[in-house]
Design a protein around this ligand. Structure first.
Ligand code: NAP
Length: 276
């Protein structure tokens, strides 16, 4: 087995966070997992003597620094932070209030950044560490009806990539992990859905909303296999800055990059016409 590490994973109550915690514990890592309820903490700690639970909502920004300092003092140095906590907002942009966008960015972006800012002083002092940010194929491609979600994941992809360049000299790696569709609670209990209000969007969006509800729980991706892929990235001497998970993500992101390249070329003369 690779050397034992201490992982701090946000959102270990279900889905990827739970699967990664289980797989990490099975190969001898220690896991500090955040949850949002005392009962979920007890349940998580019952998994293993090496499982420590912490109750933390990642939008409780003022609590994050102290929570991380406490983990460093009581459990030990955090080798790996996995920013996994997040959820999907679904709704046509024109129909969805700004408050929905703020909440989406508070959890998926600001919460993740607050966690990174809390662990970085410790990792920088040690000149080692690894941060994994769970983004999404929605951080590369877009679909109608999840504009705020895609916006949040594009933001986290960009922040991850830039941070990776800032902290590489200190021996700290940053990996943005972008899964395709996996069998978690994402499209079920965790998703927030803005109610419909503008009938002009019915033809476009009603089939999309219905299809996502019907597909929930039957997606292609296995979270356990995703967890094993993340552990491989954690064990790597030179972890990637970007890691796609799932053949759906691979195909869709490749198509997007190719279409983007084609459009850039089609407009190249206009693009370069502004120099001088
Ligand atoms: P999930 O089963 O719904 O798990 C989400 C986890 O995040 C839960 O533990 C949840 O805690 C936690 N969480 C949500 N809001 C939180 C907050 N404000 N503070 C702290 N914890 C919070 O779904 P999942 O698919 O595993 O989601 C994990 C990550 O993967 C998310 O960032 C998601 O966007 C991303 N992702 C998922 C897919 C997919 O197809 N499943 C694809 C691409 C990316 P509670 O139990 O308390 O709600």
């Amino acid at each position: 087995m690779a050397s034992s590490k201490t992982l701090l994973i946000t959102g270990v109550s279900s889905g990827f966070g739970r699967a990664l915690a289980r797989e990490a514990l099975a190969v001898g890592h220690k896991v500090v997992g955040t949850v949002r309820r005392a009962e979920a903490k007890r349940e998580f700690e019952s998994l293993s003597a090496d499982a420590w639970g912490r109750v933390l909502d990642v939008t409780d920004f003022d609590a994050i620094d102290d929570a991380v300092a406490d983990i460093e003092a009581s459990v030990g140095p955090i080798d790996v932070l996995v920013n996994n906590a997040g959820y999907g907002h679904e709704g046509i942009m024109e129909e969805s209030p700004l408050s929905d966008m703020r909440q989406q960015f508070d959890v998926n972006v600001f919460g993740a950044v607050a966690m990174m800012k809390a662990v970085l002083p410790f990792m920088r002092a040690r000149r080692r560490g690894h941060i994994l940010n769970i983004t999404s194929m929605g951080g590369y491609i877009t679909m109608p009806g999840i504009a705020y979600y895609c916006g949040s994941k594009f933001a986290l992809e960009g922040i991850s990539e830039a941070l990776g360049k800032e902290v590489k000299p200190f021996g700290i790696a940053v990996t943005a992990v972008a899964p395709g569709s996996f069998r978690t609670d994402w499209a079920g209990r965790s998703m927030t859905r803005t109610p419909r209000s503008i009938s002009d969007y019915d033809d476009l969006f009603n089939p999309i909303r219905q299809a996502r509800e019907e597909k929930s729980g039957k997606q292609l991706g296995d979270p356990r296999k995703a967890a094993q892929a993340m552990l491989a990235a954690i064990a790597a001497d030179r972890p990637p800055a970007h890691l796609l998970l799932g053949s759906d993500a691979l195909g869709l992101v490749r198509d997007k990059l190719s279409a983007l390249s084609t459009e850039i070329s089609a407009w190249e003369a206009t693009t370069v016409s502004t120099d001088g």
